[in-house]
Design a protein around this ligand. Sequence first.
Ligand code: MLT
Length: 331
Amino acid sequence: KFSKNVLMPLVTAASLLVSAPAALAETFKMAVGDAAGGTQWELGTTFAKLFQQKTGGKHKVDLFPNGQLGSEEDTINNAAMGTLDFSILAVNNITPFSPTVGLLTMPYLIQSADEAKKLTQGEVGKELTDNTVRDAGVRIVGWAYSGFRVLTNSKRPVKTLEDLKGLVIRVPKNEIMISSYQAWGINPTPMSWSETFTGLQQRVVDGQDNPYITVSAMKFYEVQKYITNIRYIFSLEPLVVSESVFKSQKPDVQKAILEAGQEATEHSFKYLLETEEKIKKDLAARGMQITDPADGEKAWIAKATTTVWPKYYKSIGGKEKLDRAQKVLGR
Ligand code: MLT
């Protein structure tokens, strides 16, 4: 299930439907950080289908899920160099390359799926895309909306920050997320996403956080027992295209990439709303125990916002960026 050394493209069903002479079809490679079946996969397969339709079958995309093409961080490097065409990964794993996207992982800034959509689709999203092209050599052309990251662990129900103490929690290599756990009183363990399942399985770490849909797609229910329904980060997972690959395309292909990305994004939002609750029930049916944090998460919110926010004003481009985001969200 997790064999990453076998590079086996999972060709989308749509690519079988559109008949084009194989010799004419230019095939792009898309890395997908998660296993097949989650929000990243849904965005990627929808994009591939639309892109192929819009180019009249002249272009197709092969998807490589579950970190087959390297860690999410590797895929950014490879796309920047033009040796990989597309990647879908969590925005928190782009932040080390383009710090201003850290805005989207400021704890408790985004409070609903609608707010996530508002921030990514408007002027804020446009600016972050421009910055990512400038800093990391990749262009964001679509977004997967994956839901709030919930905390899972193999040891005990966690309701309070006191319960968290003593647990070894894996976090992405993302300063803002590391600082959030530090504000909550523990020192988390930074680890690549591609190593996380094994880390949990071998008990190198006790827990991690990711959305319900990702927990399910990655089969974390096999190695985790407890879920705490925290809402500190709404997971946003961009589809990026290598800027050099994008620039080398003809205008009609560029247009097809942008349009397919936008339409796949709309689909991703609907998919989340239709799917998350079902997945949550399924995880409970598989034996996961779901708990709400005590006292409406008040202590978690207070600690993270008061200490983490000011620490990262500078890296996200100044406090005014956070103020503007809050204004966009009507606060
Ligand atoms: C991470 O935890 O590193 C990512 O959010 C995982 C993902 O891409 O789904």
